[in-house]
Design a protein around this ligand. Sequence first.
Ligand SMILES: *Cc1c(COP(=O)(O)O)cnc(C)c1O
Length: 327
Amino acid sequence: MSSLLSSFAKVSLGFFPTPLHPLTTLSKLLGGPEIYIKRDDHTGLALGGNKTRKLEYILGDVAAKNCDTVITAGATQSNHCRQTVAAAATLGLDCHLVLGGSQPENTQGNLLLDHLLGCTIHWAGENRKGEDIPALFDELKQKGKKPYIVPYGGSNQLGALGYIHGMEELSSQIDKDAFSHFIFASSSGGTHAGMILGRELTKMTGKVVGINIDKDEEADLPFSHRITVLVEETAKILNHPTAFREEELLLNNDYLGDGYGVAGNLEKEAISLMARHEGILLDPVYTGRAMGGLIDMIRNNKFDKDEKILFWHTGGAPALFAYPGCL
Ligand SMILES: *Cc1c(COP(=O)(O)O)cnc(C)c1O
């Protein structure tokens, strides 16, 4: 199956494979199934995270097309933006970020790192999903630049290839029936779509379960449908006839709390338990919510005790510094 991916341009941006290990203390404390963790918070690119895998393929395309500038969008504390700026730095590209909201009083967390890694920031007010990008693209072109738009969250077909590769990597670390569930935070869909196809291609048997972290009420299509379309589109560029259908998609919408980026008790407890019992840092927006969901499911006996669960840490801890209220 690696031959399916090998025809795509790719640049090396991280250190792989990322570690996989049991959460012995937390598993005992919860008295449920054994939990393991896949450490994509350790991809190595400027404090790491899941976008590193996606960017290896997306920036592979940037390099193949000889572009000299990348543009992407996100929230003020976007991990995707931070990793994109870092990736651009390693390849000698200019980077423009279109960030939702307005310049905050304190430059903290991912935003501090964006500045440190070197980029031009455009504040976009209400437009937090890149609505202002086309105008910026035209402007840069007129200035003689060769700009390239990295999609929101790195979630297009090329980005999804990163998580097909991630699942291939995982399948070389475990037996294909080792885990009953793969649990992770899902938000723009590229990770989810890649894992679904990667599972199919590697024949691993665990269920791919995304914990939705964003209510996303403005979107024109339901998130589950957008993930399915991305699975189909990605399968197409691979010439892989996927058997996946939307009815099979596992997206848990139970833990949306007060919306995107609002850390409530669920997230705070998960962050605290993981820090104090495993010495592992989660983030307030994604992994705190996903782990909070997993803990809640365990407490509500959603898993058998003899199952093994894999929690995929997708990174994000730099945002903690912008959330002092997480304590
Ligand atoms: C972006 C991100 C996710 C979600 O991944 P998608 O592919 O956008 O669904 C999860 N966790 C962290 C820390 C992220 O930065």
